[in-house]
Write a protein that binds this ligand. Structure first.
Ligand code: GDP
Length: 318
């Protein structure tokens, strides 16, 4: 049965799948204000790629609400070089959690996808209707196919079994708990780490992968968590809904903003042996804006907060 809106979270048992990741940990921070009981599971205890293990856990814990934020994630290089992991792990996690949620009669599930589900050359900004209207960007098609399958699972279970399962499509995210590894991280965290290291080591050059010309949109992860909780309470449709910041910039502009924040006075060099990926990724957020949601943390402020978090972690580990 599809419950009425708004869907209340207060007093509910809410499972955050993927709580140790950047998105899951932001969801836990945000849900602390909702008066609900949050449930999490550790990877060592339950492998979400194993249906029997997931079923067992759902039967014991009996969650009423699920945020499906668990995923195998990574930047352009990780995505491109580990296609098997990105496709299998993400397909398995989505299928197992959606099926278990259906069997345990979870009242509502929200699946987190990605803006890379849209075609490489989709009209910009990209509306939800661009889904499956053209070929995908090859550097992240494995991840994109799994995320498309995840959103289709939600639609299919909604149609066949009447489950209140919805999908949201966030733009590129960043913030505390991001992956700052230079090989496997996304651009914002990787450039923060590279620029910080160059400053500390007195190097004058920071390397940017590709041409620096692709355009990307960035949303601070606490804004994403706020939007996801907002949509859990107010959104119940078969179609996915985009979550974005509403504006984008080039990778070179991002690198300059990071240099300003870090205090790096050197220059940038480009590595053309690395892929640019899709030329532009900017989401059309008119559906979300019409519901009354707006992001609160701009790119400058969010990047400063992320850099502070990174430095605190570094100090703690040194
Ligand atoms: P994408 O949005 O799926 O392409 O993922 P990324 O965040 O990994 O990359 C975004 C853009 O930033 C691509 O054009 C990358 O080539 C570019 N980029 C520039 N320098 C870096 C870097 O050091 N790391 C990463 N991950 N991307 C970089």
């Amino acid at each position: 049965m599809i419950p009425e809106l708004p869907f209340p979270l207060e007093g509910k048992r809410v499972f955050v799948a993927g709580h140790r990741g950047m998105v899951g940990s932001a969801l836990l921070r945000r849900l602390a204000r909702e008066g609900c009981e949050t449930l999490t599971i550790s990877r060592e205890h339950v492998d979400l790629r194993n249906q029997a293990a997931v079923d067992r856990w759902f039967n014991e814990a009996r969650p009423e609400v699920v945020f499906l934020a668990a995923a195998r994630v990574g930047g352009i290089h990780a995505n491109d070089s580990r296609p098997g992991e990105f496709l299998y792990d993400n397909l398995a996690i989505a299928a197992n959690v959606v099926e278990a949620a259906h069997k345990c009669r979870v009242e509502k599930l929200l699946f987190l996808g990605s803006s890379c589900i849209y075609p490489r050359l989709a009209p910009q900004p990209m509306p939800e209707s661009a889904l499956l209207s053209g070929p995908l960007e090859p550097t992240n098609e494995w991840y994109a196919i799994a995320k498309i399958a995840g959103l289709k699972l939600c639609q299919a279970y909604r149609r066949q079994y009447g489950c209140d399962f919805v999908s949201v499509m966030p733009t590129n995210l960043y913030g505390p708990n991001d992956n700052f590894d230079l090989e496997s991280g996304h651009v914002l965290a990787a450039l923060l780490a590279k620029t910080d290291a160059a400053l500390k080591e007195g190097r004058k050059i920071v390397e940017i992968w590709g041409s620096g010309r692709p355009r990307r949109e960035f949303l601070y992860v606490d804004d994403l968590a706020d939007a996801a909780v907002f949509l859990m309470k107010t959104w119940s449709e078969e179609e996915p809904i985009n979550i974005g910041a509403g504006s984008d910039l080039t990778i070179l502009e991002l690198a300059r903003l990071i240099a300003d924040i870090v205090g790096f006075k050197g220059r940038f060099a480009f590595d053309p042996s690395k892929p640019d990926g899709t030329p532009q990724k900017l989401l059309d957020v008119s559906k979300l804006s019409a519901l009354g949601w707006r992001p609160r943390i701009g790119l400058d402020e969010g990047t400063r907060q992320t850099y502070d978090w990174y430095r605190t972690q570094q100090m703690a580990s040194s």
